[in-house]
Design a protein around this ligand. Structure first.
Ligand SMILES: O=P(O)(O)OC[C@H]1O[C@H](OP(=O)(O)OP(=O)(O)O)[C@H](O)[C@@H]1O
Ligand code: HPA
Length: 182
């Protein structure tokens, strides 16, 4: 554990700040306005993708001033690594999505496999409409054919952490968005 903490300290100390906390908050304000314009009146289910999506989802929720319900889905394909693998479906799966408008909220759309799988799951459950929302979009890394309906920032193909995004399961609590130095 001590060795791991030392690595985390080094990564944090050498990282490049891409977006400050204030810039993240301003971006979330804009996203919330866009989401409200599209979804107010449709009493959607906001589906938080655990674990990384929890900061973005929590911060967005208090900016959405219309009737909605909240649920979560827990999937992972990176675990303690900085490259993705197979999707692991963890915990229970959300129910009662049939006929509903769904807003999936995650921290990042990277290769896109995770979001694509969750969108497919929602439609298999007979959702009426599925929209996707991420704080960060990393289009240059995309492998699946998907782009977000709502995004805070577009970033280059670099490994990032903060605002829910982890480096080897640490640093999710960093208040801004940082890129790991190569
Ligand atoms: O677009 P992709 O390349 O599929 O990657 C995006 C996904 O990867 C991260 O989750 P991760 O698997 O690391 O789990 P976590 O949410 O617990 O960090 C992130 O939170 C997204 O859900
Ligand atoms: O760049 C990233 N950072 C953190 N988690 C991630 N999951 C996919 N890509 C990333």
């Amino acid at each position: 554990m001590q060795q791991q903490l030392e690595e985390i300290r080094l990564i944090e100390a050498s990282a490049e700040l891409l977006y400050s906390q204030a810039e993240v908050e301003a971006s979330l304000d804009r996203m919330a306005d866009e989401i409200t314009a599209r979804l107010a009146g449709s009493h959607p289910v906001v589906l938080c993708v655990m674990v990384g999506g929890l900061v973005t989802c929590g911060k967005l929720l208090t900016r959405l001033h219309f009737p909605l319900q909240v649920d979560y889905i827990h999937v992972s394909r990176y675990q303690d690594r900085t490259h993705g693998g197979d999707i692991a479906w963890l915990g229970r799966q959300p129910e009662n999505l049939a006929g509903r408008n769904i807003l999936i909220v995650d921290d990042i759309l990277d290769q896109g496999y995770t979001m694509q799988a969750i969108v497919d799951f929602c439609y298999q459950e007979k959702a009426a409409q599925v929209l996707t929302s991420v704080l960060l979009d990393k289009p240059a890394a995309r492998k699946a054919e998907i782009s977000p309906d709502f995004a805070g920032f577009s970033v280059a193909d670099r490994y990032v952490f903060g605002c829910g995004m982890d480096y080897k399961s640490f640093l999710r609590n960093a208040p801004g968005i940082y890129a790991v130095m190569p």
